[in-house]
Design a protein around this ligand. Structure first.
Ligand SMILES: *Cc1c(COP(=O)(O)O)cnc(C)c1O
Length: 421
């Protein structure tokens, strides 16, 4: 059987048949196939067909009810965010009152740091990974400045060993054992946006706590990609965006997790707004806040319903399929793609080889990154993304990517890298 037939057969026999039909797949910008092979779901996930209905229903209720839609709509807006609570909790392995849908990712990281980054005495440092997403770097540096500290001294960037691509858990643990008394906050990405490395969140959280630090996770590339157990892992806080693996659309409303032991603790300082008071008495319009013992206490504003509707549409898909089944399919797809990429000349895989240490994303070091990504699209209808200076990222997202898509990108890269010689 040739590679293409084999890929089609793998699609037919897979225990989790593709849900591609539930998504709007962009047309191929070029090449022999009608639909794109879309590998940029780690950057912006594709649109579920259901999203339009969820949105038009809210528009219709607004048209019909005006302000009364807050209470009379089919999904009343005053507690619309409640609809997302249970699905979000299942997605990240949280108790329902530990999660809330609000704001965007970087905003949530700042709100979390306002509560949980409390530099004092010699314990002032914020530890991130050297290859952190820029927004995270800017956010932690600005938090240091906000506290009157010098970011150059306050922010510690963990680097892999010379000649290695990934942080070793044991090195992070050794760092914390050595320097942990100076660390106020450890805040890493659950899955690294550049290399695709999946961190051992449980072990690292534990090591951070042993060192006396607060441990928060940026789950931008982990939520909807790998199963999470935030409550059991004893994570202090976490935040994630919903437009990557979660397919809720550009700039969609993010998620936030605060561990139960903090939501119960009224002494945790917060930046507050009217949506963070007890909903039962919110409309008494009292001057003093009465925060509930839940992550809702961190809400500031009444949420953007038109931006939450796509998140609800997305969470319902994840709820129906389940993260365990998705992760199992993700391993099969990513494993297949990795095996097909190994023989391609001029392509170096920088994502961990072990399935336990990666999610969907495979990152490749290639020459002429931008040119390659353009030609993948224009000549082969394959959508990938480039990260300066020399990495392209491919995410065979298990909801809508197929083995045949993986075949297409492997073939396309084989052709294009041969031409580069
Ligand atoms: C995508 C991403 C962001 C983006 O932040 P927004 O506030 O949603 O714009 C931040 N951090 C990481 C690690 C990301 O991958």
């Amino acid at each position: 059987m040739n590679n293409e037939d084999n890929a089609r057969r793998l699609d037919e026999i897979d225990p989790l048949p593709t849900l591609r039909g539930e998504f709007l797949i962009p047309p191929a910008p070029g090449g022999p196939y009608e639909e794109a092979a879309y590998f940029a779901g780690n950057s912006l996930g594709l649109q579920p067909r259901a999203t339009a209905r969820y949105l038009t229903e809210e528009l219709a209720d607004w048209a019909r009810f005006g302000v009364e839609g807050h209470t009379e709509g089919r999904r009343p807006w005053v507690d619309y965010h409640e609809l997302l609570r249970e699905p979000a909790a299942r997605l990240v392995g949280a108790l329902p009152h530990e999660v809330v849908a609000m704001n965007t990712l970087t905003v949530n990281l700042h709100l979390m740091m306002a509560s949980f980054y409390r530099p004092a005495g010699e314990r002032t440092k914020i530890v991130i990974e050297d290859s952190a997403f820029p927004s995270d770097s800017y956010a932690v540096a600005s938090q240091a400045v906000h506290h009157g500290l010098d970011p150059a001294e306050t922010v510690v960037r963990l680097r892999p060993r010379d000649g290695e691509e990934h942080l070793r858990t044991s090195d992070i643990e050794a760092f914390l054992a050595r320097e942990g008394h100076t660390v106020a906050l450890l805040m890493l990405g659950g899955v690294n946006y550049l290399t695709g490395q999946l961190m051992d969140m449980q072990a690292i959280t534990k090591a951070g706590h042993v060192a006396g630090a607060v441990v928060g996770w940026d789950l931008a590339h982990a939520a909807g990609n790998v199963p999470l157990r935030l409550h059991d892992w004893d994570v202090d806080f976490a935040a994630w965006c919903t437009y990557k693996y979660l397919n809720a659309g550009p700039g969609a409303v993010a998620g936030c997790f605060v561990h139960e032991r903090h939501v119960r603790d009224a002494s945790v300082p917060k930046l507050s707004g009217w949506w963070g008071t007890d909903p039962a008495i919110r409309f008494r319009m009292a001057p003093d806040i009465t925060p509930p013992a839940s992550a809702d206490a961190w809400q500031l504003s009444n949420p953007p319903i038109l931006a939450l509707a796509p998140v609800l549409a997305s969470y319902e898909i994840f709820d129906r399929v389940g993260m365990e089944a998705l992760r199992a399919k993700s391993r099969r797809l990513t494993g297949y793609l990795a095996a097909r990429l190994v023989p391609v000349r001029g392509v170096e895989l920088i994502t961990p080889e072990s399935e336990a240490d990666r999610g969907s994303q495979l990152s490749l070091r290639v020459p002429d990154t931008r040119g390659l990504v353009q030609r993948l699209a224009a000549e082969h209808g394959v959508i990938a993304d480039a990260r300066e200076p020399d990495v392209i990222r491919l995410a065979p997202v298990p909801l809508y990517c197929t083995f045949h898509d993986c075949h297409r990108v492997a073939e396309a890269l084989t052709v294009l890298t041969a031409q580069q010689d």
